[in-house]
Write a protein that binds this ligand. Structure first.
Ligand code: GLA
Length: 733
């Protein structure tokens, strides 16, 4: 069994002796120990490297006796808390004590330990839950707030989880950005005071800050050494992560829904369940935490996470809104001829009364525009099939425009406060539909259901979301529940997605939100992948994908070859480098093939063929980040290794160029030291093979030394550029 409540499980209060009772929550990678003595508050004892029974039994609470596992507001010296409420009589305090501990198995084969607490005086319960998996190191924790009374209780704070991190030389790694510059990594020592990472949008929660952090406990963060804790809040809405470094020996870490303007009225008999906070611990540095998250994600938290993804062409940067039948047919033929497996028609295909020619109209009117596509979508599905590939389509079903037939018929469907005109978003007209409203839930389900019923050949949906929640107000919720808007939005969304997945378990769905706004574990169980960024510039992608890779596996990261000059940065990057970066994620293309030269097409055809061979390694392998683009060494490098260490793929990207430059040699990682590996360069453009081409080295040599990689590609003079990159395949002999 994976979780070991060492002294009791599923026992009622009466059965518990009045001595300290420890719960040991364990995975192959970590142990968490709690003190759940009946009739007393739940205490935190330990989170770190796996412990044996002797240590668990020997552990006392000295030094941490005052650390509650889930601190609440009201009775103790003022500190940050995880939960605060107002009882019906105005009392603002909580005093929960342990009543029982229960262990159960869930449908996913995971073990759930539930510590049930109730307030000493008020009819209010708090269940703290911990889930572990037999095949993953991650521990998830979440809380149920239970109103057993006869009147409403106001929830003012409701964090998913709390973790005390022992102070010392602790560094925080976090991810920040903005549209077209998502997931920039930031690393800083934790000092006194409070660090808050938050999102208030509610809809697209990873454009700016990410709700995932790592704590490096042994000084500056390192990739493959040092003790590191990773934490990811599994919630796609408004969130708040707090790290309070006070006068104690701990950094107090809290994560949960952002309570600002979202206080929750808990009705009598109602239970409010928070989203989960996923925690991992590794002694193999940040890379160890990343590998644990990737493994857990693929097995348990990402739709079809253990399956490989198709190589696609998406029409957006190729044609933008200029959709027409001839153009779509040409793109289908082009991607098929390069060896691709899927064509995705992006925005611009719909709208009857209001054709979708730009972003200022038509969302909600999901009827094909037969002026653009006279033979409809069925014709494109058939065309793709006859070209030997699959067909996918873009939708943005949570949205409408004020210029649309949907809005004309149902102005009451949008999110908007009473007595006010809504502020409008993208295109000057975009509005968010109110998923709190069951009729809107039905409508959104029907958008997908109609498409997939009418065209069962649709294999892939790009589900976009291009507006933030503005206009705080629900036209559906009653006046005294307006602060529930964001909660009810996500409940409504979850219901719709559950229905879609129940009926269409096999369709591939991408989460896009103006690029990387929905890279989040709260949404991934229904989605196969996300679009990392609307910025497809390969050089900037090295940085964004580096940050994203800290918590998300390559199989989830849409990474496309696009045009040059790039449409976002206007940077000119050679095809070789664009390919070599895109091939480190879920490879696709975002380009107009008819504008490519024959040579470029041939390069892409070759790259696609080679990617098919390494796809299982990239998408399912273990990631080792080797040299960070943030280290200012002019290089970035990473590799993927199969779990059995039979095969690896090594990426090397030169990210700045100076004459007489001196770049470091990059030692590899993750290989079997005693095995022999043969090196083959992929996407080769050099006139002559690299000196080590086809040679065989021990894993030990490669990990101790790395290979000496030439700084430039050895190509004809007129083909030289300021870029250089390499992809090497390593095969165990
Ligand atoms: C968003 C997406 C893009 C594209 C456009 C279409 O910006 O991120 O990839 O789909 O919408 O309007």
């Amino acid at each position: 069994m994976n979780c070991k409540p060492i002294l009791f499980a599923a026992v009622a209060l009466a059965a518990i002796p009045a001595s300290a009772e420890k719960i040991h929550i364990s995975t192959s990678e970590a142990s968490m120990v709690l003190d759940a003595e009946a009739g007393r508050p739940l205490h935190f004892v330990y989170f770190g490297a796996p412990l044996g029974t002797a240590d668990v039994e020997a552990l006392d609470n000295s030094g941490s006796r005052y650390l509650k596992a889930y601190p609440v507001y009201g009775l103790e010296a003022a500190r940050e808390t995880a939960m605060s409420v107002t009882h019906p009589d105005g009392n603002m305090t909580l005093d929960p004590v342990v009543r029982s501990v229960e262990t159960s198995k869930d449908a996913d084969g995971a073990t759930v330990i539930t510590v049930r607490m109730t307030d000493r005086v008020y009819p209010f319960g708090i269940n703290v839950n911990y889930r572990t998996y037999p095949d993953a190191g991650v521990i998830e924790t979440w809380v149920d707030a239970v109103n057993n009374g006869k009147k409403d209780v106001e929830l003012r704070e409701f964090a998913s989880g709390y973790l005390p991190v022992r102070s010392g030389d602790v560094y925080l790694t976090s991810f920040y950005g903005s549209w077209a510059n998502e997931a920039r990594m930031e690393e800083e020592p934790l000092t006194h005071g409070m660090k808050i990472i938050k999102n208030k949008d509610g809809l697209r929660n990873t454009h700016t800050a990410h709700p995932e952090v790592m704590f490096s406990l042994d000084g500056r963060p390192r990739e493959n050494e040092g003790r590191v804790i990773g934490a990811a809040l599994e919630y796609p809405g408004n969130y708040r992560l707090r790290i309070d470094t006070d006068d104690s020996d701990y950094h107090h870490f809290f994560a949960g829904i952002n309570e600002d303007n979202s206080a929750y009225t808990l009705a009598k008999g109602e239970t409010f369940t928070t989203p989960a906070l996923a925690l991992a611990y590794s002694q193999e540095g940040k890379g160890g935490v990343s590998r644990q998250f990737h493994n857990w994600a693929r097995r348990h938290r990402l739709a079809h996470g253990t399956e490989t993804r198709k190589i696609l062409l998406n029409s957006w940067e190729g044609v933008y809104f200029d959709i027409n039948e001839q153009g779509m047919h040409a793109m289908i033929d082009d991607i098929a001829s390069m060896g691709g497996e899927l064509f995705v028609m992006d925005d611009g295909w719909f709208g009857v009364k209001y054709p979708r020619n730009n972003d200022s109209s038509s969302l909600g009117d999901w009827t094909v525009d037969t002026r653009k596509l006279p033979k409809g979508i069925g014709n494109l599905v058939d065309k793709a099939r006859s070209a030997g590939i699959d067909f996918g389509i873009w939708i943005e079903p949570e949205m409408t425009n004020s210029v649309s037939e949907l809005y004309e018929a149902h102005p009451e469907y949008i999110i908007k406060p009473s007595n006010r005109e809504p502020v409008q978003g993208r295109g000057g007209t975009q509005l968010v539909l109110d998923l709190a409203n069951p009729k809107v839930q039905e409508l959104v389900f029907e958008v997908v259901d109609t498409l997939l019923t009418k065209y069962p050949g649709i294999d892939y949906i790009k589900w976009d979301s291009n507006a933030p929640v503005m206009n705080h107000g629900s036209q559906y919720l009653p006046a005294n529940r307006q602060s529930h808007l964001q909660h009810e939005y996500w409940r409504g969304f979850s219901k719709v997605m559950d229905r879609i997945r129940a009926k269409y378990p096999d369709v591939t769905i991408q989460a896009c939100a103006s690029g990387g706004g929905r890279a989040n574990y709260g949404i991934l169980p229904w989605f196969d992948e996300f679009w990392v960024s609307d910025n497809t510039d390969a050089l900037q992608r090295v940085f964004m994908q580096w940050g994203t890779s800290h918590f998300f596996p390559a199989v989830a990261m849409g990474s496309h070859i696009s045009a040059t000059p790039n449409h976002q940065t206007f940077r000119t990057i050679p095809m070789k480098f664009r390919i070599d970066v895109a091939m480190s994620g879920r490879l696709g293309m975002e380009i107009q093939p008819k504008n490519m030269t024959d040579e470029e097409k041939a390069m892409c055809r070759g790259a696609i063929a080679q990617y098919k061979e390494i796809r299982p390694v990239v998408q399912q392998g273990d990631l080792y980040r080797l040299l960070s683009p943030y280290d200012g060494k002019g290089l970035a490098s990473l590799m993927y290794v199969t779990p059995g260490k039979e095969q690896a793929v090594f990426y090397w990207w030169k990210i700045e160029t100076f004459a007489d430059q001196h770049l470091p040699r990059v030692p590899m990682a993750g290989l079997d030291p005693d095995a022999l590996y043969t090196v083959t360069e992929l996407n080769r453009v050099d006139n002559t093979p690299l000196p080590f081409e086809g040679k065989t080295f021990t894993g030990r040599y490669l990990m101790d030394n790395g290979l000496e990689i030439p700084y430039t590609n050895n190509v004809d003079y007129h083909k030289r550029t300021d870029y250089s990159s390499r992809v090497l395949r390593l095969d165990r002999k």
